[in-house]
Ligand binder design. Structure first.
Ligand SMILES: Cc1cc2nc3c(=O)[nH]c(=O)nc-3n(C[C@H](O)[C@H](O)[C@H](O)COP(=O)(O)OP(=O)(O)OC[C@H]3O[C@@H](n4cnc5c(N)ncnc54)[C@H](O)[C@@H]3O)c2cc1C
Length: 477
């Protein structure tokens, strides 16, 4: 019987436990113990179901193009629950000159596929529109200027389209997802498909235009579950033997000996337990401190910036009292400075909100009939400062920021505030090389596996794929 310890019960750890339980049912001689420090499984994945509202405290869906979360949901009998985003009304706005301006149709992040649509939009100046038009004819120059090593997202976007496109669309898109800074994010880690396009075509616009539409390319851009993403966690947990789950168990130290690994939880009476293999699926900071006594160099490779995130959801009973533009929501450029005439501190300081989601318009079945659900997202240094504030204070800042952009917010029947400290690791320039080095160090410590959002992707599908493949690897090794 192979004994596996899994530390951390977010989606990565729970998926690993689920996969091991599945393999055990199929006859593999394996048993696992999942140590979770809190009293709840799911980590950042959390759904609050109240008063007919489905409120996500963390992720609200996954990118449909990546199949692994959908495959898992189908395997769990959740096909009927799969809910596509409402792409017929897909529109995202950017706050520019204190006005929400729609991202033109046909944009794939900062790359237009329909140059004519740019002329109908006021988002870009004529100079930026010209830089888009020029990009295809600069294909050879762009190929030649591509560096042999990694570069920042900012440098990559600037080379293709210039500074305005970087600040107007690329920076808000990336900070709305990673809470991060385009000047430090690695283009190879967070925009790998665009790097591949550049290598092949030089021009990103030509590359996208020459792509044959994929089968299923009409699929909605995002997918979620009708009853909320926590259902994915709940269904997986239901298949894991209850004796495998160790809640309120904070792992304080790990040890190594000739036959495997030991795990010791906090508390005076805790004694180390022995396992053959160890999966660390905690946030990177915790993984680093657990690993440090065994390989300080590997721990050093795990030193990375991480953005904190704060989510505030307002459930409003009457949508007509809070009209919002048609679409999924809006992004605020990280350095947007408000010039409107509103009173108070907020009017004098750069907007600290990174994004707002019109959840009831993005997905169906999120609210009772006629109601509205909006979500505000703060990241970076602002979220860091908010960590120490009370819920009421955080909610009132969110209210103020939303009101500045959308008009006065009526009273909410439910307000949800969630703080996720250092939850979004920043894959900075050189990330892939550091991870390759880390893999070599980990390979030298047999039986050790690092899972979670610090390594090979932050999105739910990536984490599901990674955890399942690590669990299968344990059995086949
Ligand atoms: C606000 C926000 C919105 C997001 N939106 C999306 C989205 O829409 N789509 C998408 O695909 N992704 C999204 N993401 C990213 C995605 O949600 C995360 O990358 C993912 O949920 C992380 O899962 P994880 O299992 O790696 O870590 P976590 O969810 O952080 O889980 C780690 C677990 O380890 C436990 N733990 C910590 N220390 C110990 C210890 N010493 N001993 C035992 N247990 C410990 C913690 O309690 C926690 O349960 C979002 C992230 C954030 C923060």
């Amino acid at each position: 019987m192979r004994r596996i310890a899994i530390i951390g019960g977010g989606i990565a750890g729970v998926t690993a436990a689920y996969e091991l339980a599945r393999l055990a049912r199929d006859g593999a001689a394996v048993e696992a113990t999942l140590f979770e420090s809190s009293s709840r499984l799911g980590g950042i994945v959390e759904t609050i179901r109240e008063g007919g509202f489905i409120i996500e405290g963390g992720p609200d869906g996954w990118v449909t193009e990546k199949p692994w979360a959908r495959e898992l949901a189908e395997e769990l009998g959740l096909s009927e629950e799969l809910l596509p985003s409402n792409d017929a009304t897909r529109r995202t706005y950017i706050l520019k000159d204190d006005r929400l301006q729609a991202i033109p149709d046909g944009m794939r992040m900062m790359v237009p596929t329909d140059l004519a649509a740019l002329d109908e939009s006021s988002l870009f100046t004529s100079a930026a529109r010209q830089s888009f038009r020029d990009e295809p004819s600069r294909a050879q120059e762009l190929k030649a200027s591509a560096p042999a090593t990694d570069e920042s997202v900012a440098d990559f976007v600037r080379r293709h389209f210039g500074p305005e496109v970087l600040h107007t669309i690329a920076a808000p898109l990336l900070s709305g997802v990673f809470g991060g800074d385009v000047a430090t994010l690695s283009v190879r880690a967070v925009m790998a498909p665009f790097v591949a396009m550049e290598r092949e075509h030089g021009s990103l616009i030509t590359a996208l235009q020459s792509r044959a539409p994929k089968n299923g390319s009409n699929a909605a851009i995002f997918t979620t579950l009708r009853s909320g993403l926590a259902t994915l966690i709940e269904r997986m947990v239901a298949t894991v033997p209850p004796t495998w789950l160790r809640m309120n168990s904070n792992v304080a130290a790990i040890g190594r000996d000739e036959t495997g690994w030991t795990v010791r939880c906090s508390g005076n009476k805790a004694t180390p337990e022995h396992f053959d293999e160890l999966m660390i699926a905690t946030p990177v900071d915790i993984a680093r401190s657990l690993l440090a006594p065994h390989d300080s160099y590997a721990a050093g490779l795990l030193k990375m910036e991480a953005s904190s995130a704060v989510i505030i959801a307002f459930a409003l009973p009457d949508a007509s009292r809070f009209p919002v533009p048609s679409g999924f929501g809006f992004l605020v450029p990280p350095h947007h400075a408000s010039t409107n005439g509103s009173e108070g501190l907020a009017a004098k300081t750069p907007s600290r909100l990174l994004a707002g989601t019109f959840t009831d318009q993005k997905f169906n079945h999120r609210v009772p009939s006629g109601a509205r659900l909006v979500r505000a997202f703060f990241g970076g240094p602002t979220a860091e400062r908010m960590m120490g504030c009370g819920n009421d204070e955080i909610a009132s800042v969110a209210r103020l920021e939303l009101a500045r952009i959308l008009g006065p917010l009526p009273d909410a029947t439910i307000t949800v505030v969630r703080r996720w400290p250092r939850s979004l690791p920043q894959y900075s320039v050189g990330h892939l090389e550091r991870m390759a080095e880390l893999n070599n160090r980990v390979a030298a410590m047999p039986g050790l596996h690092l899972l979670g959002n610090g390594y090979r992707g932050v999105g739910l599908p990536d984490l599901v794929r990674d955890a399942r493949s690590a669990a299968r690897g344990v059995i086949s090794s």
